[in-house]
Design a protein around this ligand. Structure first.
Ligand code: SAH
Ligand code: SF4
Ligand code: F3S
Length: 435
C-alpha cells in the first residue's frame, strides 16, 4: 500500500476559517501527516469551506470538480461550514466522490477519519455540534506580522438571513486563561499584532470576565504592538470598550461594525435588534470618544421585501457615517434560515445588481475622500510584506486604521514599524515615504 500522508489544505471564507486551518495543521502534523503547499504534491486534499452565500458554495463545487478532473485518485475531504450545513447538496453530486465531511467542532477526529479512508476506503461524516473550543491545541501559524486568535466560536444571534448559527453551532467562549497562554505563545514566536476573532467577539464571557476585561489584559503586554478584533455586534458594543480603545495605544482605533441595512424595517426583519437611530447614535458616541476612528461595515442589499425606500435609507446611513470601507453583498437565500422559510426572495437579480453597483460606486468615492484626509500626514506603518505584486522595490504594511500603505523598500523586515508621510491616496491604497 502506498503511504499516503501528504496533505494540501485550501481555505475559503472568513478569518475564523483561516485560524481553523492553522488548528487543523497542528492536529494533522501531530498525527504524522505532512502539510504541502502544492496540491500536485499531495495525496489528500482538504477544503476548509464557507457556506455564507450561494457564491461561496459554488466556488467550492467548482474547485472540487477541477480537482477531480486533475486527479481521480485524490482523497478529497470537505471541512468547515459546508460540511456542517450543506453537505447533502454535495453528496448528491456523484462525480465529486467526496471521501469525508468534518465539521468545525470535529477537527480532533480529522486524523482518524483520514486514516480510515486510507486504510479501508470507508467514507466518513463527522459533523456533530460539540461546543468545542480547541483550548488545548496550539495552531501552526503562518509567518508574518500578525497572529489570528479565535476567542469564541459559534453564534446565538440568529440573524434571519444567516447560516452561521447552523454551521458553527451555539456561542461558546474559550477560557480566559487559555487565551492568555496563547497570547504569551504568540509573543514568544515574535508576532507583533494579534487579531482576536469570533462571530460576535464582544459577547465573549468566561465566568465574570467579559471582552473588555480580556482585551485590557492583552493590551498590558507591551510586546503586542497592535490588537484588532472582528466582528463586534452593534447590540453588544459598550462604551467602556471604546474608552479602553482610546486609552490604550496598542488597541487599534479601528472598528468593523456590520450595519447590514440602514432601514429599520429591514433590520427588524433581519432580527438585528437595533434601529437606524440606534446605529447612528452608537456611531456618534464612538466618534465623540475617538474622533478619528476608522470604520468599516458589512451591508446586504436585496433582502426580501427591500423596497427602493428601504434601500435609500441604507444610502442615507452610509453617507452620514462615511465608512472608510464597506463589504457589500447581494442577499443570498440560505437553507435552514428563518428568512428562507418566512420570506420570498422577491428583489430581482437585475435590481440587486443595480443596487449593489450603485452602492459600490458610492462607497468608492467615500473611501477615496476618507483616504485623502491622510495625505501629508505622518502615520505609523507595520510592514507586512517586503514586496508588492507590482514591484520588488516597494513593500507594504498597514496603519493603525488597517489601511494598506505602499512604501519604497529599504531593507525592512516584516513587523518593522516605520513612520511615513502619506503623499498619495486612492480608494484602496495609500502611498507614503519614510520620514
Ligand atoms: N458574525 C459576523 C458576520 C459573519 S458573515 C457579524 O455578524 O458581523 C459575514 C457577512 O456576510 C455578514 O456580516 C453579512 O453581511 C453577510 N451575509 C451573511 N449571510 C448572508 C446572506 N444570506 N446573504 C448575503 N450576505 C450574507
Ligand atoms: Fe450571522 Fe448574525 Fe451571527 Fe453574524 S451575528 S454570524 S450575521 S447570525
Ligand atoms: Fe463562511 Fe463559516 Fe466564516 S459560513 S463566513 S466560513 S463562519
Amino acid at each position: 500500500m502506498k503511504v499516503m500522508k501528504k496533505i494540501y489544505i485550501e481555505t475559503y471564507g472568513c478569518q475564523m476559517n483561516e485560524y481553523d486551518s492553522e488548528l487543523v495543521k497542528a492536529l494533522l502534523q501531530k498525527n504524522g501527516f505532512v502539510i504541502v503547499a502544492d496540491n500536485k504534491k499531495a495525496d489528500i486534499i482538504i477544503l476548509n469551506t464557507c457556506a455564507v452565500r450561494d457564491s461561496a458554495v459554488r466556488k467550492v463545487s467548482g474547485r472540487i470538480a477541477r480537482l477531480r478532473y486533475l486527479n481521480k485518485n485524490y482523497i478529497i475531504g470537505v471541512i468547515g461550514c459546508i460540511a456542517s450545513a450543506y453537505k447533502t447538496e454535495l453528496y448528491k453530486i456523484k462525480d465529486f466522490k467526496i471521501d469525508f465531511f468534518v465539521g468545525p467542532d470535529n477537527y480532533k477526529k480529522l486524523a482518524q477519519v483520514i486514516k480510515k479512508v486510507i486504510i479501508s476506503n470507508e467514507k466518513s461524516d463527522e459533523t456533530e455540534q460539540l461546543l468545542e473550543t480547541y483550548e488545548d491545541v496550539f495552531p501552526v501559524r503562518k509567518k508574518g506580522a500578525s497572529a489570528w486568535l479565535t476567542i469564541m466560536r459559534g453564534c446565538n444571534n440568529y440573524c434571519t438571513y444567516c447560516i452561521v448559527p447552523y454551521s458553527r453551532g451555539p456561542e461558546r467562549s474559550k477560557s480566559f486563561k487559555s487565551i492568555i497562554n496563547e497570547v504569551e505563545q504568540i509573543i514568544e514566536q515574535g508576532y507583533k499584532q494579534v487579531y482576536l476573532l469570533g462571530q460576535n467577539v464582544n459577547s465573549y464571557v468566561d465566568n465574570k470576565q467579559n471582552f473588555v476585561d480580556l482585551i485590557k489584559t492583552i493590551s498590558n503586554y507591551q510586546q503586542i504592538k497592535r490588537i484588532r478584533f472582528t466582528s463586534p455586534h452593534p447590540k453588544d458594543l459598550s462604551m467602556s470598550l471604546i474608552e479602553l480603545m482610546a486609552q490604550k495605544s496598542n488597541i487599534c482605533s479601528q472598528l468593523h461594525l456590520p450595519l447590514q441595512s440602514g432601514s429599520t424595517n429591514i433590520l427588524e426583519k433581519m432580527n438585528r435588534t437595533y434601529t437606524q437611530e440606534d446605529y447612528l447614535a452608537l456611531i456618534k458616541n464612538i466618534k465623540s470618544i475617538i474622533p478619528d476612528i476608522v470604520l468599516s461595515t458589512d451591508i446586504i442589499i436585496g433582502f426580501p421585501g427591500e423596497t427602493k425606500k428601504d434601500y435609500e435609507e441604507t444610502i442615507k446611513v452610509m453617507k452620514e457615517v462615511m465608512f472608510d470601507s464597506a463589504y457589500i453583498f447581494k442577499y443570498s437565500v440560505r437553507p435552514k434560515t428563518l428568512a428562507a422559510k418566512k420570506y420570498k426572495d422577491n428583489v430581482s437579480e437585475k435590481e440587486k445588481k443595480a443596487r449593489i453597483t450603485k452602492l459600490n460606486e458610492m462607497q468608492k468615492e467615500i473611501s477615496l475622500l476618507k483616504n485623502m484626509e491622510a495625505v501629508d500626514k505622518v502615520q505609523e506603518v507595520m510592514i507586512e510584506s517586503i514586496s508588492t505584486k507590482k514591484s520588488v522595490h516597494d513593500c507594504y504594511g498597514r496603519n493603525q486604521g488597517n489601511k494598506l500603505i505602499v512604501i519604497p523598500n529599504n531593507n525592512y523586515v516584516i513587523g518593522d514599524e516605520i513612520k511615513v508621510k502619506i503623499w498619495q491616496a486612492s480608494a484602496n491604497t495609500l502611498r507614503g515615504m519614510p520620514v
